[in-house]
Design a protein around this ligand. Structure first.
Ligand code: GUE
Ligand code: MG
Length: 298
């Protein structure tokens, strides 16, 4: 009889990381008069972005950092967005710039990403930072969601992931690809699965670590998962329920998979909170680099 999985507490892990960040922020203020600043650029309305931005602004301030939000109308031109980013690139109070994705269809997201100064690219989406991650350059700015997953996995495995069979489901530049790079760097044997993968359930059953990042509600079922596997659920899906409300579910069928896995992240309270904590961490690291001072963060 399989015991129910350990539930990895992303909220608690995020609280600890934010506490460490806050201590570093006050040290930087004392020692160097440096106050890390983050600018978030939002174009139009998106439900997922709203959840994120609501929590982010408060947590940035709570860590003692400067937080600025730029909310632009959905009809804004691409040129205006690029101009704002260019202004922020030159703003000495701002060390991190996050252009909230997705953007409206008439805006070329890749162009926006490539306009952000690589030094201020706290999302780690700029090709220079993606390339540094792929090359294993120490200190590359790494995308926040995969970085948050990695921190939780390292803690769960007491720092040693080497030799684990890791499956990443999803191949986006934002989560899947950087997650695979990070796991490879930890000496995992990495598989990337996607919509064209043949017999995904069978591929999944071979994995010791599963990272689900596809955006399909409850896609990973209990009988896809090897007994004892560790399952990280990156999905944030809003399902409508009666009364006009919505329920947040991941890409993993939690009630089934928690009967089989040895550990699992819940949604909410798993990867999401760690994503924001990693954004604060990246902003402090970016600020230190721009100021030419050293940084004491994991
Ligand atoms: N440039 C860019 N960078 C991003 O990192 C980015 C983005 N654009 N666009 C939108 C997505 C989404 N995302 C979330 C992060 C945290 C939670 C989060 O904290 N979720 C809570 C749930 C909050 C609730 O209860 O609704 C949790 O999982 O516990 C959610 C969503 C970052 N994103
Ligand atoms: Mg677009």
């Amino acid at each position: 009889m399989q015991a129910t999985a350990h539930i990895i507490d992303g909220k608690a892990a995020a609280r600890r990381l934010r506490e460490t960040v806050a201590i570093e922020v006050s040290r930087l203020q004392q020692a160097h008069g440096l106050r890390p600043g983050l600018a978030v650029v939002l174009v139009g309305q998106d439900p997922a972005s709203d959840i994120y931005v609501r929590n982010k602004g408060r947590q940035t301030n709570e860590a003692g950092m400067l937080s600025r939000e730029y909310r632009l109308d959905a009809s804004v031109s691409e040129a205006e967005v690029l101009e704002l980013i260019d202004t922020l690139n030159r703003d000495p109070e701002i060390h991190g710039i996050l252009a909230q994705l997705p953007m409206p269809a008439h805006i070329d997201e890749q162009r926006v990403i490539e306009t952000i100064s690589p030094q201020k690219d706290v999302d780690g989406f700029h090709p220079l930072n993606a390339g540094e991650l792929a090359n294993g350059t120490p200190g590359a700015l790494v995308p926040c969601t995969p970085l948050g997953c990695l921190f939780m996995l390292r803690e769960h495995f007491h720092g040693d992931l080497s030799g684990q069979n890791a499956l990443v489901i999803g191949r986006s530049n934002i989560v899947g690809k950087p997650m695979a790079q990070l796991l490879l760097q930890e000496s995992c044997t990495v598989t990337i699965a996607h919509s064209r993968t043949r017999d995904l359930p069978a591929v999944c059953r071979r994995a010791d670590i599963v990272v689900a990042a596809v955006g399909r509600p409850e896609m990973v079922r209990g009988d896809w998962v090897a007994p004892g596997a560790v399952v990280m659920d990156v999905g944030i899906n809003r399902l409508p329920v009666e009364g006009g409300k919505s329920r947040l579910v991941g890409d993993v069928a939690f009630d089934e998979v928690c009967q089989v896995a040895s550990a699992i992240t819940p949604v909410p309270g798993g990867v999401g909170p760690m994503t924001i904590a990693c954004l604060l961490r990246n902003t402090v690291i970016a600020a230190c680099r721009q100021a030419g001072v050293s940084c004491e963060l994991p």
